[in-house]
Design a protein around this ligand. Structure first.
Ligand code: PFF
Length: 452
């Protein structure tokens, strides 16, 4: 397919891999995965999550990159162009529109949590965790959540950080940030892993995460694991699609997807292993929920020698990871705005930044003054946005993309773009036509109580 206008492209295959890994590796791996594992019974969640990545996540990542690269446009116009090419209704552009909205909704809460992380970088560095016990850590965290102004300042800073990268464009913004932040992230991760392997209770942690206990696998665990597979790989909302649209023709989609999926999963598992070994070594509670890294880890950092340094490194790692993911959350909307309006990238970044800043204010108020405001399913604002995007919008977007690539697009177009040999292609095609859609639909049916 030809492109309508000049588009930027990643300078090399590696920059694409780094950027896509940067999008995938984020709060999802370091903040969410460990606490969801803790809440959902440890190994039960981990094993179902790995299965979801293999059966649904990896094939869909290939699918989404393929759609983006073939379309060479933002996700909304891209889906429209691909639909036109296949002789299908323009309605498919709604997959792009839905994704664009999902990205804005996710950033609204993502930025608030990233704000917590920034605050905790400073806290850790200033020695605020020295000698604290469980009650003190909890009080510290609760007092912070009760202070909208502080939350607001950190959230604002994170939005400014994100938008200032996005405003600079694909090569001098996105690419540069990922080229610096991702290697830094890997380096910090190695130090932390080394430390927790030496000091933590790795055996118990590994037992908690990997010894299978199928009695704990419930429909809710399966739904949460599937939703998290989408969230963690950044799938179903066009972020990977728009990154794919900046990818040069000669790069292998299959190999890059495999690499990113493996890196993302491995980092989630390693961080989980490190965190739980500190949790168990210090006699703490693994099922602490969203506060796990904020309430539980500081106790461990407060006790260990050099804890201020290790704690600062840890929260810096989380901040870097969140930053490189956040820029991908808004890229679909930014690319759509710049390709359809007269706004420059700077103008688009300002507009989206303001929108997300406002949405984020509502989210952070839901931890204090708006605690009792309930939206969908009787959930508060933060939980509503989290569940609506992670468990519904992302899997739904992924389902539609799979159906589009598997059933609507012309086979030779897909094959041409993916450019893999016969049997891997057949396996991928079978998965994307039957296995992934049926898995997502089955889980949705459970969710809506249609199948008991
Ligand atoms: N994958 C990111 C994480 O694990 O934190 C979150 C995310 C980024 C989700 C981009 C969706 C997305 F499009």
């Amino acid at each position: 397919m030809t492109q309508t206008q000049h588009r930027s492209h990643w300078t090399s295959r590696w920059t694409f891999i780094l950027a896509t890994a940067g999008s995938a590796i984020g709060l999802g791996n370091i903040w969410k995965f460990p606490y969801m594992t803790g809440v959902n019974g440890g190994s039960a969640f981990v094993l179902v999550f790995i299965a979801c990545i293999a059966v649904v996540g990896l094939p869909l990542m290939m699918c989404e990159i393929m759609l983006g690269r073939r379309a060479q446009r933002n996700p909304v116009d891209g889906m429209a162009a691909l639909a036109k090419e296949a002789g299908a209704p323009m309605l498919w552009r709604w997959v792009g529109i839905m994704g664009l909205i999902a990205g804005l909704l996710i950033l609204a809460f993502y930025s608030v949590i990233a704000g917590w992380v920034l605050d905790y970088v400073v806290r850790a560095a200033s020695g605020a965790f020295k000698g604290i016990d469980g009650a003190m850590a909890q009080n510290q965290f609760n007092a912070f959540l009760a202070a909208p102004l502080e939350l607001g300042l950190w959230h604002s800073l994170f939005i400014v950080m994100t938008m200032s990268v996005v405003a600079r464009g694909v090569n001098s913004g996105l690419e540069k940030a990922n080229n610096i932040l991702m290697p830094a992230l890997f380096a910090i991760l190695l130090v932390l892993l080394g430390y927790s392997l030496a000091e933590g209770d790795v055996a118990r942690s590994a037992d908690f995460m990997f010894t299978p206990d199928f009695s704990k696998v419930t429909p809710v665990v399966v739904l949460s694991a599937l939703g998290h597979a989408f969230f963690s790989l950044s799938l179903g909302m066009g972020a990977v699609m728009v990154y794919g649209s900046y990818l040069q023709r000669h790069v292998s989609i299959a190999r890059t997807s495999l690499f990113v999926a493996l890196a993302d999963t491995a980092i989630g598992l390693l961080v989980g292993l490190a965190i739980f070994s500190l949790v168990f070594a210090n006699g703490l509670e693994p099922a602490a929920g969203p506060g796990l890294i904020f309430q539980t880890l500081p106790i461990a950092f407060g006790k260990m020698p050099g804890g201020a340094f290790i704690g600062t490194l840890f929260f810096l790692l989380v901040a870097f990871a969140a930053w490189t993911s956040a820029i991908s959350l808004v890229e679909p909307a930014i690319s759509w705005l710049t390709e359809n309006t007269r706004l420059t990238r700077k103008g688009a970044a300002l507009l989206i930044g303001l929108t997300d800043w406002l949405l984020g204010i509502a989210v952070l108020l839901s931890f204090n003054v708006w605690k009792d405001v309930h939206l969908l399913f009787g959930l508060g604002i933060f939980d509503t946005l989290d569940k609506l995007t992670t468990n519904i919008l992302l899997p739904l977007g992924g389902l539609l993309m799979a159906l589009f690539a598997g059933w609507v697009m012309k086979t030779h177009h897909v094959q041409d773009e993916l450019n893999v040999s016969a049997w891997p292609y057949r396996l991928w095609r079978f998965t994307i036509r039957f296995v992934s859609p049926l898995a997502i639909i089955a889980i949705f049916l459970y969710l809506f109580g249609l199948v008991k």
